[in-house]
Design a protein around this ligand. Structure first.
Ligand SMILES: NC(=O)c1ccc[n+]([C@@H]2O[C@H](COP(=O)([O-])OP(=O)(O)OC[C@H]3O[C@@H](n4cnc5c(N)ncnc54)[C@H](O)[C@@H]3O)[C@@H](O)[C@H]2O)c1
Length: 318
C-alpha cells in the first residue's frame, strides 16, 4: 500500500482473518501484515463448496508472511474451533485486536431445487462461523479495552464482517448464501451495539473482486455476463485497503456501517429504514382500505427485483 501515514498503521495489533489464505481473505491477511499487524491466517483450505479441506493452503500463506503470521487450519464452522483459533492468537502473539469474518462457502441452487443439507452447511460456515468467532474473540477484546491495550483511550478493537450484496439485493439461486450474508448484517449491527461501550467497532464490507468464486459465476442473462467479465478485472487488494482503513485509528469512530468496495470505488450503503408509512385508526381500516392506502403510498416506492450482479455491472474503476 502506498501513501499510508503512520496514523494508519497497525503495529502491535493482532488480527485473525477467517478464510485468510485465498482471494479476498488472502489480500486482507497480506495487507494487515504489511501495515504492521500479526496475523492468524484461519483457513481450512477447502473447495468452494467447503469440501476437500487442505491445511497446506493456510500454512503456505503463513510461511510466506514469516514471523508475523501463523496458520489455523481447522474449519471455523465449529464453536470449539473458533475458541481454539482465538487461543492460538493469544498464545502466538499475546492477544487479539482485529477479527475479520471472511470465510464463506457457496452451494447454489434454486430454492425449489435445493437440498436442506446444503443450506445447513452454508449457514454453518458463513453465518454461524462468524458468530462463533465473534463470540470467542470479544471477551478477550473487552478485556483488552479494560487493560487499555495499545494505550489510553483504548482504540484497537475491530470486527469486520465480509458480507455480500447478494444478502441485500439477492441473486438467482443463492437463497442459502444470501440468507447467511444478510444474517451477517444483523450480527454486525448487534455486535456494534454490544461492544460500543468497550470502544470496539464492528462494520460490514461487501466486496466485488476477482477470485476463484467470481470465476465460477454462471451468468443468468446478458447483464450478469457483463458483470462477470468486468468483475474479473477487479483486484481484491482494494477490499483489503478498506478493511485496513476500518482497522486503523481512523476507523475508531466508524461503527455499525455497511460499505461496498469495487476496485477504486468505495460505497457507503444505506440500511433498511421505513420509506413510507400508512396509519389508519378508524373503524374502516380493513384489507380494502389497506390496499388503497398501499397503492397510493407504497407502490411507487417498491424495490425492484434486480440482482446484485445486474445492478453492479457498470465498468469498474480498476
Ligand atoms: N469475490 C467476490 O466478488 C465476492 C463478492 C461478494 C462477497 N464475497 C465474500 O468475500 C469473502 C471471500 O470470498 P472469496 O471470493 O475470496 O472466496 P474464496 O473461496 O476465494 O476464499 C474463501 C476462503 O475461505 C476459506 N473457508 C471456507 N470455509 C471455511 C471454514 N469453514 N473454515 C475456514 N476457512 C474456510 C476457503 O478455504 C477459502 O480459502 C466471502 O465472505 C465471500 O462471500 C466475495
Amino acid at each position: 500500500m502506498n501513501n499510508t501515514s503512520d496514523a494508519h498503521r497497525l503495529d502491535g495489533r493482532v488480527a485473525l482473518v477467517s478464510g485468510g489464505a485465498r482471494g479476498v481473505g488472502l489480500a486482507i491477511s497480506q495487507t494487515l501484515a504489511a501495515q504492521g499487524a500479526k496475523v492468524v491466517v484461519a483457513d481450512a483450505g477447502g473447495a468452494i463448496d467447503g469440501s476437500d479441506t487442505d491445511p497446506a493452503i493456510a500454512q503456505a500463506v503463513a510461511t510466506e508472511l514469516g514471523d508475523n503470521a501463523v496458520a489455523f487450519t481447522e474449519s471455523i464452522a465449529d464453536a470449539g474451533a473458533a475458541q481454539a483459533a482465538v487461543a492460538l492468537a493469544n498464545e502466538a502473539f499475546g492477544g487479539l485486536d482485529i477479527l475479520v469474518n471472511n470465510a464463506a462457502i457457496l452451494r447454489d441452487g434454486f430454492i425449489f431445487k435445493s437440498d436442506p443439507t446444503d443450506f445447513d452447511a452454508v449457514l454453518k460456515t458463513n453465518l454461524a462461523g462468524a458468530w462463533y468467532l465473534t463470540n470467542a474473540a470479544t471477551p478477550l477484546m473487552r478485556q483488552n479495552a479494560k487493560d487499555d491495550r495499545g494505550g489510553e483511550p483504548y482504540d484497537w478493537g475491530r470486527v469486520v464482517n465480509i458480507t455480500s450484496t447478494a444478502g441485500f439485493y439477492g441473486n438467482f439461486g443463492q437463497s442459502s448464501y444470501a440468507s447467511a450474508k444478510s444474517g451477517m448484517l444483523g450480527l454486525m449491527r448487534t455486535t456494534a451495539m454490544d461492544l460500543a461501550r468497550a470502544g470496539i467497532t464492528c462494520n460490514a464490507v461487501a466486496p466485488f473482486a476477482a477470485t476463484r468464486v467470481t470465476d465460477t459465476i454462471v451468468p443468468a442473462n446478458d447483464e450478469q455476463a457483463t458483470y462477470k467479465e468486468r468483475a474479473l478485472k477487479v483486484s481484491p487488494n482494494h477490499v483489503a485497503m478498506v478493511v485496513a482503513w476500518l482497522c486503523s485509528p481512523a476507523g475508531q469512530t466508524i461503527n455499525g456501517q455497511l460499505f461496498g468496495v469495487r476496485g477504486r470505488e468505495v460505497f457507503l450503503f444505506s440500511q433498511p429504514r421505513p420509506v413510507a408509512t400508512v396509519v389508519r385508526d378508524d373503524a374502516d381500516w380493513d384489507v380494502g382500505a389497506l390496499s388503497a392506502a398501499a397503492a397510493e403510498n407504497f407502490t411507487p416506492l417498491y424495490t425492484d427485483l434486480k440482482t446484485d450482479l445486474e445492478v453492479f455491472n457498470t465498468d469498474p474503476k480498476v
